[in-house]
Design a protein around this ligand. Structure first.
Ligand SMILES: [Zn+2]
Length: 401
């Protein structure tokens, strides 16, 4: 028996062509049929939803559930409780935009992941890494006006650690709170005031220690990388995923291909930062990134890397969750096809989540995470950029929009 029937053009996340006049059947929390509607014997009294296009639920591999624009900043007046409640509300906006699963980096995400898993929160499924590990003065440091202790007490997004012992402890503290992976800042970045884009931030020995700790937890380390030398070192130290990869060269791309390391995109934010106003140091850094980032994507496509959608959105003024799908459009602007961009935000992202046996495509037996869309994203990728085009969303078979 079927609980819901969905009809429309199916983009299943894995096939090279859509199924016109397709049908998806949902039974309890799973997909029980995907294929042409002509082959399907329709029972009476089952709710039928029709849409222009049926897609797998979208997956964002790089997002921050910090609750407000300034919640991650030690200077912010928002308390942790305030920002946690803000994030709990805002997570629902992601569902409305079609995102049924996310990979997240913040303190708040650790709590929200558990609430969502218990069925107590209207939110995407959350895999959280907790706070990101940074060296003092690195990309996760809010600047010398705060002490290291102040940053570590107040930041929602970073923990400063120096030397093998502190690095090991910082990783253990994230796992203690429920982190499913560890993110490190392996290089400088655009938004940090005291570093350069191509600074190598952790030593090789520190990275090795963090990787070893993650493996003891049957987990892995992913690395924020803007400059290429830090990315190269991170790959040699055993990091298993690269975030941004803005200035990668062929050497790092080849090593990623050899080790089967995926790349998480965040292209929209790179393009956005180039146009933002800010202090001189910010504008100088941002101006160097977008063209380099597009070049990385071209090399990654050519090498056949797994490219997965990541937005780096935090529901700030410039990164509103209702427009989470802007990353699809940014990927197409960088040279990817519409279908490649859709697969980056579905099946490839499921691989980075390490859940591709359960989510990421419309296939019989997988969890029924499904988006019904008003429009055809294969001819107009912009229909994915605004939650108004997302007509309905199913998550584990439940209609949540
Ligand atoms: Zn980020």
């Amino acid at each position: 028996m079927y609980d819901y029937i969905l009809k429309g053009t199916i983009i299943d996340g894995v096939s090279s062509k859509p199924i016109d006049d397709g049908l998806v059947a949902i039974t309890q929390d799973k997909i029980s049929y995907v294929g042409p509607s002509a082959n399907f014997q329709l029972a009476e009294d089952v709710p039928v939803f029709s849409a222009r296009t049926i897609l797998p639920g979208f997956i964002d591999c790089h997002i921050h559930l910090t609750g407000s624009e300034d919640a991650g900043d030690p200077g912010s007046k928002a308390s942790f409780g305030d920002s946690l409640l803000g994030a709990a509300y805002q997570a629902g906006i992601l569902l409305d935009a079609g995102f049924t699963s996310i990979r997240e980096m913040s303190e708040q995400g650790l709590y929200l992941a558990r609430a969502q898993a218990r069925g107590k929160l209207r939110a995407p499924r959350i895999i959280s890494g907790g706070r990101c590990l940074s060296v003092t003065g690195g990309h996760g440091d809010d600047g010398p006006e705060y002490t290291k202790e102040e940053v570590n007490k107040k930041s929602s997004t970073s923990i400063l650690c120096d030397g093998i012992d502190e690095c090991t402890l910082a990783a253990r503290m994230q796992f203690r709170k429920g982190a499913k992976f560890i993110k490190v800042f392996a290089t400088g970045g655009v938004s940090s005031p005291t570093d350069n884009l191509d600074d190598i931030q952790f030593s090789f020995e520190e990275l090795e220690a963090i990787v070893a700790e993650a493996r003891r937890h049957h987990s892995y380390v992913t690395a924020h990388c803007t400059g290429n030398e830090g990315a190269y070192q991170a790959l040699l130290a055993g990091v298993e995923c690269i975030e941004h990869g803005v200035m990668l060269t062929q050497r790092e791309i080849d090593l990623m291909a050899e080790k089967d390391v995926p790349l998480v995109t965040t292209l929209y934010v790179s393009r956005l930062c180039a146009d933002l106003d800010g202090p001189d140091w910010f504008k100088e850094k941002a101006a160097k990134c977008y063209t380099a980032h597009v070049n990385t994507i071209a090399m990654a496509r050519k090498a056949g890397l797994c490219i997965a959608l990541g937005t780096d959105f935090s529901n700030s003024h410039n990164t509103p969750y209702r427009h989470q799908g802007r990353e699809f459009e940014a990927m197409v602007a960088s040279g990817m096809t519409n279908l490649e961009a859709i697969q980056a935000g579905t099946i490839n992202a499921a691989r980075v989540m390490r859940m591709d046996d359960q989510i990421g495509s419309l296939e019989s037996g997988k969890l029924a995470d499904i988006v019904l869309l008003d429009g055809d994203p294969l001819t107009d990728i912009k229909v994915l950029t605004d939650s108004v085009h997302v007509a309905a969303v199913f998550q584990s078979g439940r209609k949540v929009k």
